[in-house]
Design a protein around this ligand. Structure first.
Ligand code: MG
Length: 168
């Protein structure tokens, strides 16, 4: 049985993962609208990943005989000034997610809930990958600046990415 405060914190994290999914779907739709299909594809993959994060936490709470309560998902932005602005917003958001998972980990450790702590290990590793991947795209976008050919190339590359379910 999960301790109440851990159960609540996990529920908050589930909501945050769904909010992330919602944010990335919004970004995907924005780029679809702008005719950047590759970026739309990349954000659509992120949307799927975030749902996988939420579902993995839901399954974990259930496995521990806790109760998942789905709360409303807050509104997300729908416009970004440039591709770089959207990817920078993504990196900033992922840093916040990393901090919140770190807090959860510390809370689990303090509560001597070692099963939750262990579950979070995969999420911590996942955050390192997410941040690194977004940082790489930002670096590429910085490098090309306003070069149309470069932007097209990045868009094509991001369009070739496919979704692989994260191992959580
Ligand atoms: Mg996530």
């Amino acid at each position: 049985m999960l301790q109440k405060k851990i159960e609540e914190a996990l529920n908050e994290q589930i909501n945050a993962e769904f909010w992330s999914a919602y944010l990335y779907l919004s970004m995907s739709l924005h780029f679809e609208n702008e005719g950047r299909k590759g970026m739309a594809n990349w954000f659509r993959i992120q949307f799927q990943e975030e749902q996988a994060h939420a579902l993995a936490l839901i399954e974990y709470v259930n496995a521990r005989d806790g109760k998942v309560i789905l709360k409303p998902i807050a509104e997300v932005p729908s416009n970004w000034d440039s591709p770089k602005a959207a990817f920078e917003a993504t990196l900033e958001h992922e840093k916040k997610v990393t901090a919140s998972i770190n807090n959860l980990y510390a809370m689990a450790e303090e509560a001597m809930d070692f099963a939750t702590r262990q579950k979070l290990n995969t999420f911590i590793a996942e955050q390192v990958e997410e941040e690194e991947s977004v940082r790489q795209i930002i670096d590429d976008l910085t490098l090309i600046g306003n070069d149309g050919t470069g932007l097209l190339q990045i868009d094509r590359e991001l369009g070739s990415r496919t979704y692989t379910a994260p191992q959580l």
